[in-house]
Every structure is written in structure tokens, then in C-alpha cells.
Design a binder for this molecule. Structure first.
Ligand code: NDP
Length: 444
């Protein structure tokens, strides 16, 4: 297998899907040598069977807005691979959602889920519906209409969706309710549910906390203490909020947050009290991050990202391709020691090359943000047991899983000069598990 040929083939067969090509290219390049040590993989054409999703469902979603107008959106579910467990992955509601973005996310999810040690396959779904500016009633009606298109292809042993950008506890509640009604059963078909109806403790916190646990493991390899370190965090949604919460608990100092309109820089640090303000602003009033700067009198930069600010650590937690080469160069120039990705594929390939050539501690989202889906997996277990575990128990398991993922990255990614290539480590560890499972199950 030659990675360049695989990418050329994908570009010919599935043109105009740049995010999908980008995600596949990163994985295929780093597994090329390991793959070629196994002639049986090539014989079984494993690579094409791995990069092309098992199934892609698409459907029209029709709903009525508050003015009585009938609106349409597209809905999708990309079921990428179920070799090691039922399909599992989030639902994204954002104007930018396209088959290319969902195919990249589902592909990444397959390897991420393999890393978690839990039995979950990979999937991703969503819609080009934008929740921005919509009333609660509109969001509910949209979620219900979306589930009408989706419900027949998901189920507790088939495919278990969760949240992602634009889909939090509120949206999961509406989708779960509609699913329960249509399927006429109460099962754990969605994760990230409310605590009252089967949601796991620590699920809302899991992606952000998990990212910080992974960061701690990376810092440990260099004997660096997180206490007092200034951190750039992007986004201001679920992942960004709980990243800040854990950083604060450990004595680090988050100084930035952002949304799609701009970023705030608070040189005094985002304190616990200020974080509560952000949580209320974003989760309750659905306001803009600009209002933080108005409340606390700090800098707000519209239309920009926070990577030019001086700090020790960066935790991109908003969206894909939000750190480009120039951003990465600015981070390195300002002395950043570690970059740990809460978002999926936030760094472009050029940015990753800058981090790696400067030997910075760099963790790709596939490894660093796997805490979210891990606790989703633990929610599935609790739902199957019809039981719920205390927060401490879930948090302990989350810590263990993140340490385990780190250990696997070190095992497969340590280079001859001792530098840990976390991209390579995560890709090889995830790939080998999925590859072995596919090979064992015959030609399908
Ligand atoms: P939320 O919807 O809660 O928050 C997303 C944040 O990112 C918002 O502040 C949003 O701003 C900002 N954002 C979204 N799109 C863009 C854009 N195109 N440009 C600039 N800013 C943008 O989502 P999450 O926090 O759940 O997800 C954030 C990232 O983490 C995503 O990449 C997601 O795939 C990833 N992730 C999430 C997991 C989870 O458990 N939730 C698990 C693993 C990964 P605005 O409000 O203006 O749109």
C-alpha cells in the first residue's frame, strides 16, 4: 500500500470532500509501514474497506418555524465501521455540516473509539441546521423531525448517537424523547442524556476533563508541573468550559475563550466565578463571548482566533482547522510547550508539521479528546446494567482510560531520538485493533 495512491484514489472517487481526504491522509501516512508488514492486509484490500464508510444515510428534515414557515434541512448518519462494537459517535448541528465533514469525523471516531479500550465502532451524524438564534420550540421541533429520519437505523445494539457541536443536553433530551416514542422502548440509544433518565455522571465534563488528564500525562514525560501555566483555550461550548474547569482545579490559568465571532483575552485569568458567568451566558442565555469582555472589561478581538497571545499551553476546543501554519508558528515563537486538542482535527497538516518539527508536546484530538466518548461508553454500560455509578467511580475510570491511551501512544509513537509522535502512536494503536477485528470477521 502506498499512502499517496490511496489518497489519489479517494480524491478521484469522492471529489470535493477535502476534510475527509485530510483526515484519511494523516492516518494512512502514519500507518503505511506497519500496514506493509502485513501482506495479508493488502490481499484482503483492507485499506479500501477501512477508509470507505460501511453506510451513509441521508434524509430531508422538514420542520415548522415559529412564524409558521415550513423549513427543510438535510440530515445524515455516517456509519463508518462496527468491527469492534456498535456504531458510536456524536450528532453535529451546524450550518457547515456536509457529507465530507461527517465522513472525516466518523473515520476519526473509529480509531478514537478503538483507543478507548471499550467495545465501540465509529459513526457520526448531523445536519446543516444552525441552532443559532432559534427558539427553544424551534430546536425541539427540529430535533423531533431529525429523529423521524434517523430512528430506524439506530438502536442500543446498532448505533448509539451522542452530542457534538450544537448538540448538548437539551438536544439529546428532545431526540431521546422522540426516539423512545417511535421505537416504543426505553433503552440507552443516546448518550449524554439527562441524569434523571439514564445519563452518566461526568459525561458533560468528560471531554474537557479527559483532555486535561491527557495533557498531564504528556507534561509528566518532561517533569513539567501544570500549576501556574497560562493556557489558551478556544471555543466556549461544552469542551472549552470543562477544560477551563479542570485547569482551574489544578492551578493552571486559562486566559482566552472564543466563539465563531471572535475571542476574549483576560490577562488576570478566567476565574471560577468568571467561568460560571460563561456557562450561564452560553448554556442558558445562548449569548456571545463578546459579552464576557463587556462584563469584565478585558480585550475582545472580533473575527480572530486566540493563538497569537502569549501562553505556555494551547487547548484548541472549537472546531476543525482552527489552527493553521501561521498560528502554529506564532504559538511556537511565543514559547508554547504543549498543544492538546479538545476539538476534532483543529490543526491543519501544516500546523502539525510545525509542532512536530519543533519537538513540542502535541496530542491529536483522536487521543486527547477521547474522554467524551469513553464516558459515553460507560453510560452505555450503566444503561445495560440499569444502574448508575457514582461520579468518583466514573472519573477514576476516565483517568485510567486517558492514561492508557497515553501509554499506547508512547508505545507506538516513540521515535529514535525519544520524541513521542502522538499522531503516529494513536493512529497505529487504533488501526491495529480495528484491522485485526476486520480480518477475523471475513470478507464483508
Ligand atoms: P459546542 O457546540 O458546545 O461548542 C462549540 C464552540 O466552538 C462554540 O463556542 C462555537 O461558537 C465554536 N465554534 C463552532 N464552530 C466554529 C467555527 N466554525 N469557527 C469558530 N468557532 C466555532 O461544541 P463542543 O464543545 O461539544 O465541541 C467542540 C469541539 O470538540 C468539536 O470539534 C467537537 O467535534 C469536539 N468534541 C466534542 C465532544 C463532546 O463530548 N462534546 C467529544 C469529542 C470531541 P458559536 O457558539 O459561535 O458557534
Amino acid at each position: 500500500m502506498r499512502s499517496s495512491e490511496v489518497i489519489d484514489f479517494l480524491k478521484r472517487r469522492f471529489p470535493n470532500e477535502p476534510e475527509y481526504h485530510q483526515a484519511v491522509e494523516e492516518v494512512v501516512e502514519s500507518i503505511e509501514d506497519v500496514y506493509n508488514e502485513h501482506p495479508e492486509f493488502e490481499k484482503a484490500n483492507l485499506i479500501e474497506r477501512l477508509v470507505i464508510p460501511d453506510k451513509i444515510h441521508s434524509f430531508r428534515v422538514t420542520w415548522v418555524d415559529d412564524k409558521g414557515n415550513v423549513q427543510t434541512n438535510m440530515g445524515y448518519r455516517v456509519q463508518h465501521n462496527n468491527a469492534i462494537g456498535p456504531y458510536k459517535g456524536g450528532i453535529r448541528f451546524h450550518a457547515s455540516v456536509s457529507p465530507s465533514i461527517l465522513k472525516f469525523l466518523a473515520f476519526e471516531q473509529t480509531f478514537k473509539n478503538a483507543l478507548t479500550t471499550l467495545p465501540m465502532g465509529g459513526a457520526k451524524g448531523g445536519s446543516d441546521f444552525s441552532p443559532r438564534g432559534k427558539s427553544d420550540g424551534e430546536v425541539m421541533r427540529f430535533c423531533q423531525a431529525f429523529v423521524e429520519g434517523l430512528w430506524r437505523v439506530i438502536g442500543p445494539n446498532t448505533d448509539v448517537p451522542a452530542g457534538d457541536i450544537g448538540v448538548g443536553g437539551r438536544e439529546i433530551g428532545y431526540m431521546f424523547g422522540k426516539y423512545k416514542k417511535l421505537a416504543e422502548e426505553f433503552t440507552g440509544t443516546f448518550t449524554g442524556k439527562g441524569r434523571e433518565f439514564g445519563g452518566s455522571l461526568i459525561r458533560p465534563e468528560a471531554t474537557g476533563y479527559g483532555n486535561v488528564y491527557f495533557l498531564l500525562e504528556m507534561l509528566k514525560t518532561k517533569n513539567i508541573d501544570i500549576k501556574g501555566k497560562k493556557c489558551l483555550v478556544s471555543g466556549s461550548g461544552n469542551v472549552a468550559q470543562y477544560t477551563c474547569e479542570k485547569l482551574l482545579e489544578l492551578g493552571a490559568i486559562p486566559v482566552t475563550l472564543s466563539d465563531s465571532d471572535g475571542y476574549i483575552y483576560d490577562p488576570d485569568g478566567i476565574t471560577e466565578e468568571k467561568l460560571r458567568f460563561v456557562m450561564e451566558l452560553k448554556n442558558l442565555y445562548r449569548g456571545r463571548i463578546r459579552e464576557y469582555a463587556e462584563e469584565y472589561g478585558c480585550k475582545y478581538v472580533p473575527g480572530a482566533r486566540p493563538w497569537g497571545e502569549k501562553a505556555d499551553i494551547a487547548l484548541p476546543s472549537a472546531t476543525q482547522n482552527e489552527v493553521d501554519q501561521a498560528d502554529a508558528e506564532a504559538l511556537v515563537k511565543n514559547g508554547v510547550i504543549a498543544v492538546s486538542e479538545g476539538a476534532n482535527m483543529p490543526s491543519t497538516p501544516e500546523a502539525i508539521a510545525v509542532f512536530q518539527s519543533n519537538k513540542i508536546l502535541y496530542a491529536p484530538g483522536k487521543a486527547a479528546n477521547a474522554g467524551g466518548v469513553s464516558v459515553s461508553g460507560l453510560e452505555m454500560t450503566q444503561n445495560s446494567e440499569r444502574y448508575s455509578w457514582p461520579a468518583e467511580q466514573v472519573d477514576e475510570k476516565l483517568k485510567w482510560i486517558m492514561a492508557n491511551i497515553h501509554e499506547n501512544c508512547v508505545k507506538y509513537g516513540t521515535e529514535s531520538d525519544g520524541y513521542i509522535n502522538y499522531v503516529k502512536g494513536a493512529n497505529i494503536a487504533g488501526f491495529m485493533k480495528v484491522a485485526k477485528a476486520i480480518m477475523s470477521q471475513g470478507i464483508l
